[in-house]
Structures are given as structure tokens and as C-alpha cells.
Design a protein around this ligand. Structure first.
Ligand code: ARG
Length: 461
């Protein structure tokens, strides 16, 4: 290979790399998305080299101008990244040298691609997290709006997918808001640890040049520097942490998707998805399918796979840099892209879904989900809970036998099972009352839901 993209390591070699092997070795097809970060890192490095007198002020300025020109041309689309370059670092340095001559060749003083790539990926991921963070904010805002509108909407709460106790739909939605809030804090946490500069670690053993590492970190708006040159070039924990945070986010999206899929089945019919976020069948004219939710559920596996790729790639590596680590990028980029794509479809799908409160209410009324409240009523009349539980169980069996519900069973039947029952039992087991009485902090009562919505909105700012 000749010209501006000659291998950065050309001097020692008698032959060019085999063409197919070059493709195998190359990372330009996926690391070119870090072009702007690579340039920003190089600008900070060059400015520091000039400040420290390691290169001349004039060369420092030429490098800065040259890099700014490349950054601008890339952004404007007037400069194409050459797929022949081995990686984005080779491309930028080659292009710079082609533009400004010898000064370009001084840029790499006191630096290696090993600390360069470790910096680039940190900068790139730090930025790429932000749109996902925004999407999570949007999702939580949508959940708050829906929860507020449905603070009073009664639905059955489930355990084992069996109707269990009455809750409100707003409360159910706010459970997901909690998960997504934790996801945001996990993203922020991952960014905290990735936002330190490894530049100065050089290939593995630092450098003899008097670099000012802190200044470089400061210029790049990083919180500090890495403290061991071997760790600086070989740490990819932040990729694993980010992929783990994204994986857990996909678990939450997948669980939510599963519920959406159940809820829009005819068996539930608690919601209806907007036509814009549903698909039909090529053969069955009646079908309206929740493909988006299914795809989100399905794509969770990809993101877990990315996490496994990263863990497995790292687990047996001796210090310091090994080429295996080039595999970090496709995995963590795929995880980011997948989550971003999922949220892009998921948030408006939730925003536009139609809630069907009457169907929720009907499902809540059919499954004896107020049985605990019926037992609690007897406790209120002085009966020990265990006896109250047993009496209510007898009532449920009676209802099933007669094809009735606790609401429709005559008072005489109640009193035959336990004489403590009076007319007011029917108010005590009213679903709205059952939900409203669950006012314990964290409970589903409408007033709690509304307070939670306010608290979460305040948190989002
Ligand atoms: N493309 C490489 C990577 O992503 C850049 C670092 C190359 N360093 C080296 N010594 N081969 O890891």
C-alpha cells in the first residue's frame, strides 16, 4: 500500500500486508464513526505538545488548522473516509500529513494508537449515551402523562399471571417509570467511570516526553486521567458497564413489550395500539399485530449477546493492549444502535396507545381480586386474619359453585359463612375503594399515583 494511507508501521516491513488479511485486520468500516472524537483528541494532544515545547508553536498551529479543516470537511460531506486506510487513526493522520506536510508527522509524538483508541472510544460512548438518555426521559414523561390520566383506572394486578388484587393502571405504568429511572442512573454511572483520559499511557509504558496529561483531559472536558499506563490502554470495563446498563434496559423494554402484547390480545383487550405502530397479516384480514413490541422483545437478545461478546473478549487477555480489543467497538456500537432504534419506535407506540378502562374494570371484577379486602373487612370486625382468610375462601368457593362473584353473592350467604358480615361489606369490597385504600407509600391508590407522577416529573426537571 502506498500514498497517504501507508501503514503507520511500514518501516520494519519488506512486504505489504496480504490483501484479504488487510481486510480482516482493518477496522475502518466500523471505527470511522469515531472520526470527530479522534480529531478532537488529536487537537488536544497537539495543543499540549506545543504548550510543553515538545513541538513548535507553529507546528501546533498547523496541526490545529489542518485537523479543523478535516473535521469540517467530514461534517460537510466533502471529504470521504477512505476504506483503504487501516483504521480511523491512520486515515486522519494520513489526510493531515497530505494537507500540511511534515507538521502532520509530528502529531503522534508521545502517543500510540493504543492510548488513542482508548481515548476515542471513551469520548464517542460518552456522547452516544446522551440521545438514549433523552429518549428515556421522553419515555418516562409519556408514562407520567398516561399515569396521570389513568390514576383512577382500575385494573387487576397479577401474580403468576393470575388476577391477584386491584390496582390502578397509573400505578402499573409508574412501575416502568421506576425501572427507566434506574436505567438513566446506570447510564450516568457508566459515563462517570469512562470519562477519564488515557492519553499519555502511550503504547503501554507511558512516554519520556514531558506530557501534561491533566491539561489534555481538561481540554476534552474529562473528569481526570487514568493512573496506570497498562490499565489505561487495556481497560474496557466502561464498554462492559455500558453494555450491561443497555442490557438491563432491554430487559425492562422487553418485559413491558410482553405486557403490551398480552394487553392487546383479544383475551385481555386492555389497550389498542395505534395503526401507525401495528402491522397486519398478508393472509388473515382481521389481524392487527403488535410487531413493534415483539421486535423490541426479540432484539433484547442481541444486546445481551453484545454484552457477552465484550466479557468473553476481555476475560483471558494479558496486559496490556491486544488486538482482540478491536472487537469492543462493533459490540458496544451494536448495543447502542439497537437500544436507540428500539426506543425510537417504542416511545411513540406507548404515547399513542389507546387504553380501554372498561375492559380492565371488567377483568378486575371477574376474578375475586377483592377477596383480601373481604378478609380485611372481617379483621376490622375483630376476627383474627387467619379465620377471616378461611371464611373468605369459603365464600369464594360458594361463588364459584353458584356462578356468582363476591359483588353479586346475596348477603344471606355471606352471613351463613360468618355472622359478622353486614350490608357495608359491599362497599368494603368495591374495587375503587379497595384500590383507594391502598395508600401505603408505594401503593396503587390514585392519590399516590398522582403524587408519584409529580415526584418523577420533578426528578426529570
Ligand atoms: N483498530 C485498533 C483497535 O480498535 C486500534 C489500535 C491499534 N493498535 C495496535 N497496536 N494494533 O483496537
Amino acid at each position: 500500500m502506498s500514498g497517504v494511507y501507508m501503514k503507520l508501521w511500514a518501516g520494519r516491513f519488506q512486504k505489504e500486508i496480504d490483501k484479504k488479511t488487510n481486510d480482516f485486520n482493518s477496522s475502518i468500516t466500523f471505527d470511522s464513526r469515531m472520526a470527530q472524537e479522534d480529531i478532537a483528541g488529536s487537537m488536544a494532544h497537539a495543543a499540549m505538545l506545543a504548550k510543553q515545547g515538545i513541538i513548535s508553536k507553529e507546528d501546533g498551529e498547523r496541526i490545529r488548522e489542518g485537523l479543523a479543516g478535516i473535521a469540517g470537511d467530514l461534517a460537510a460531506g466533502t471529504l470521504e473516509i477512505d476504506p483503504e486506510a487501516e483504521d480511523i487513526h491512520t486515515f486522519v493522520e494520513g489526510e493531515l500529513t497530505a494537507r500540511i506536510g511534515d507538521a502532520g508527522k509530528r502529531l503522534h509524538t508521545g502517543r500510540s494508537r493504543n492510548d488513542q483508541v482508548a481515548l476515542d472510544i471513551r469520548l464517542y460512548l460518552r456522547g452516544a449515551v446522551q440521545p438514549i438518555r433523552e429518549q428515556l426521559h421522553d419515555l418516562i414523561r409519556v408514562l407520567c402523562d398516561k399515569a396521570e390520566a389513568h390514576a383512577h383506572t382500575i385494573m387487576p394486578g397479577y401474580t403468576h399471571l393470575q388476577r391477584a388484587q386491584p390496582i390502578t393502571f397509573g400505578h402499573h405504568l409508574m412501575a416502568y417509570a421506576e425501572m427507566f429511572l434506574r436505567d438513566i442512573s446506570r447510564l450516568d454511572d457508566a459515563v462517570k467511570r469512562m470519562n477519564v483520559s488515557p492519553l499519555g499511557s502511550s503504547a503501554l509504558a507511558g512516554t519520556t516526553y514531558p506530557l501534561d496529561r491533566e491539561t489534555v483531559a481538561h481540554t476534552l472536558e474529562m473528569d481526570g486521567i487514568t493512573h496506570n499506563s497498562l490499565d489505561g490502554v487495556s481497560d474496557r470495563d466502561f464498554c462492559v458497564e455500558l453494555a450491561a446498563a443497555l442490557s438491563l434496559m432491554m430487559v425492562h423494554l422487553s418485559r413491558f413489550s410482553e405486557e403490551i402484547i398480552l394487553w392487546c390480545s383479544w383475551e385481555f383487550k386492555f389497550i389498542e395500539l395505534d395503526d401507525a405502530f401495528s402491522t397486519g397479516s398478508s393472509i388473515m384480514p382481521q389481524k392487527k399485530n403488535p410487531d413493534i413490541a415483539e421486535l423490541v422483545r426479540g432484539k433484547s437478545g442481541r444486546v445481551f449477546g453484545d454484552l457477552m461478546t465484550l466479557l468473553t473478549m476481555l476475560k483471558g487477555l494479558p496486559l496490556a493492549y491486544n488486538k482482540d480489543m478491536q472487537e469492543d467497538k462493533e459490540a458496544v456500537f451494536d448495543a447502542l444502535d439497537t437500544v436507540h432504534m428500539c426506543l425510537t419506535a417504542f416511545v411513540p407506540m406507548i404515547d399513542t396507545m389507546k387504553v380501554l378502562p372498561d375492559n380492565m374494570r371488567r377483568a378486575a371484577a371477574g376474578g375475586f381480586i377483592n377477596a383480601t379486602d373481604c378478609a380485611d373487612y372481617l379483621v376490622g370486625k375483630g376476627l383474627p386474619f387467619r379465620d377471616a382468610y378461611k371464611a373468605t375462601g369459603t365464600l369464594v368457593a360458594l361463588c364459584i359453585d353458584k356462578g356468582l362473584t363476591l359483588e353479586t353473592l346475596p348477603l344471606a350467604d355471606y352471613q351463613e359463612v360468618c355472622p359478622l358480615f353486614a350490608e357495608d361489606v359491599f362497599d368494603a369490597i368495591r374495587l375503587e375503594r379497595c384500590a383507594a385504600m391502598r395508600r401505603v407509600p408505594g401503593g396503587p391508590a390514585p392519590e399516590n399515583v398522582l403524587a408519584e407522577v409529580e415526584r418523577v416529573r420533578r426528578l426529570l426537571g
